[in-house]
Design a protein. Sequence first.
Length: 284
Amino acid sequence: MAAAARTYLAFHHNAKLFRLKTPIVSTRPFSALEEANRQLFKDGSDEDHVVVTAETIFHPQGGGQPSDQGSMSATVATNGEAGAPQPAFEVRAVRMDVVNDGQVLHLGRFASAAAAASFAKPDTEVEQAIDVEKRLFYSRLHTAGHVLGAAVRHLVMDKVEGFDELKASHFPDSAGCEFRGNIEGSWKPEIQKKVDEYIQKAMPVEIDFWDADEFRREGLERLIPDSSFLAPGETKFRVVKIVGAEVYPCGGTHVDTTDLCGETTVRKISRAKGISRVSYAVKP
């Protein structure tokens, strides 16, 4: 049996691509998904379908970033000519397939039975459109999280025993970065000051693709991910560079310069079992 075709992550290479025409690979009722994939969608129901396309501009939930939302439309033929795309499928949630390596699952509902029929045939071209306002907000949050991480590293890495950066959440209501080591609450004003400085400097935020040797050449061996971090079809790791601050392996979406994060507030520092969490918020 042939391996499932991997989905090309178009947003990895152009995060400003807000609309994209791409062929359908498959359309399935939510009930027909494998159990492991159904578990990815906590709000999925028998009214939902899952669409897989050859490419996608939808960021799947992961890496601490929420999934994009939006729509897909089939191009309707009129008198043998392609017509304007008709709204057909509302995309509510997006996840990476945990059964078929590299595929992206778009969960949503069809506007009508006719809309569902227009998606039934593989290779039918559809047009994807993401919710641009949400994408921009999620990108601001994600970049701000890396700005915060860079600020904390700069200030405390030599002052907190066992310091290391661990993981982060860039969700609007629970944004925060976790670090190994006990960071006292007294650091909050200095961290806020450094975050403000980085944002006001309008540092360029660049996307690049590195192999392990490039991490080593930059003296960043500590950041080399394992191969599971590679995106479908890629041979190099995607990194985000906040020029003048830090580099992070990252599959998320970002703004072009740090000032575009907008007002970013360090909310509090909490500690438990040797792990410190610095929470933050970005003004909508």
